[in-house]
Ligand binder design. Structure first.
Ligand SMILES: [Zn+2]
Length: 318
């Protein structure tokens, strides 16, 4: 028999599901959380959606999973946050939490005495990741971003944790899985500091919440819960097996101005190919960006305006 699962004031006995808005530490900021405690023993999986509040397909997927999963079909437990960044979601603020203007994905493992983004990261690390055996942080292209569905795995984690993460990534119906060298993202911090196999998944783009993206996301998440023997669900077949990308290049803007991108997410690029350019308000070219190697475009900014230092294009070597 599974033990009682307790997250803040939510308490679920074996075979129970509990949902509620939970206050982040001493703040008035709340996060919608669902805890599903299975009838039988097993591992605990954590799913966080909407760390970036305008990445809608992952948020809708998480809401539907939280509503529909029956605890009687669960062995172990499932913790779902839907979404993490409620202020960014309601305010339609791309990438950041409006209260402190920070990107939660850059402040892990967080700080209980910090700003709201740092407190959110601290809460996720110490209240949620600490109870998990596996962790999936689900994302998508933001308001200004297009992408090809892909996954990041924690490339800086202990080799066993990294290998377990890669094994899980191969069960997703996406085109690529990419080695990440960052250490302060939600899932990379969990993998490095807590030794928890973790992935960050990307699907959907440009502030759209298409049914097809939600369906595909949900299928992937139900499949992975089945693979982990947490959910009694008949795994469905995938159309593609993800290919590994060990090296990716992330281009950031050298100037603020008007951005024109010459490539699309999912397209192949050749070494030396012009990827895009930034002009001033008079159409004079300020910067031009070229591919350093043959590869595939993972994501790109589709917005015409860019600030200095913001993300433009990411492409990976296959
Ligand atoms: Zn994101």
């Amino acid at each position: 028999m599974n033990q009682e699962l307790v997250i803040s004031e939510l308490r679920a006995k074996a075979g129970e599901k509990k949902q509620g808005l939970i206050n982040i530490l001493d703040t008035k900021t709340q996060m919608p959380i669902t805890i599903i405690n299975g009838k039988n023993d097993g591992n605990t999986v954590l799913i966080t959606a909407g760390v970036h509040g305008c990445e809608y397909p992952c948020i809708k997927t998480a809401i539907e999973l939280a509503k529909e999963i029956d605890p009687q079909k669960v062995s172990g437990s499932i913790i779902i946050v839907h979404p993490v960044n409620t202020q960014g979601f309601i305010g339609r603020n791309a990438a950041i939490v409006p209260e402190d203007n920070k990107n939660i994905l850059r402040v892990f493992p967080g700080d209980k005495n910090g700003t709201i983004s740092e407190k959110i990261a601290y809460f996720i690390t110490n209240e949620l990741i600490s109870k998990a055996d596996f962790y999936f942080d689900i994302h998508g292209g933001d308001l200004h971003e297009d992408l090809v569905p892909h996954i990041y795995y924690p490339g800086m984690a202990d080799s066993k944790v990294m290998e377990k993460s890669i094994k899980l990534a191969k069960h997703f119906n996406v085109e690529y899985f990419v080695k990440s060298n960052t250490t302060n993202g939600s899932y990379t911090s969990a993998a490095i500091n807590k030794n928890i196999p973790s992935l960050l998944i990307e699907r959907g783009s440009c502030g759209l919440c298409k049914d097809d993206d939600v369906k595909a996301y949900k299928k992937d998440m139900l499949n992975i819960l089945s693979v982990l023997d947490i959910l009694n669900y008949n795994k469905t077949d995938n159309d593609c097996t993800p290919k590994e990308i060990k090296e990716a290049k992330y281009l950031d803007s050298l100037s603020e101005g008007c951005w024109t991108c010459f490539v699309k997410a999912g397209e192949s690029v050749k070494k030396g190919e012009k990827l895009g350019e930034i002009t001033d308000y008079f159409g004079n070219v300020l910067d031009t960006y070229y591919a350093d190697f043959d590869g595939v475009v993972l994501y790109n900014t589709v917005a015409f305006s860019v600030t200095k230092g913001s993300s433009l294009v990411a492409y990976g070597r296959i």
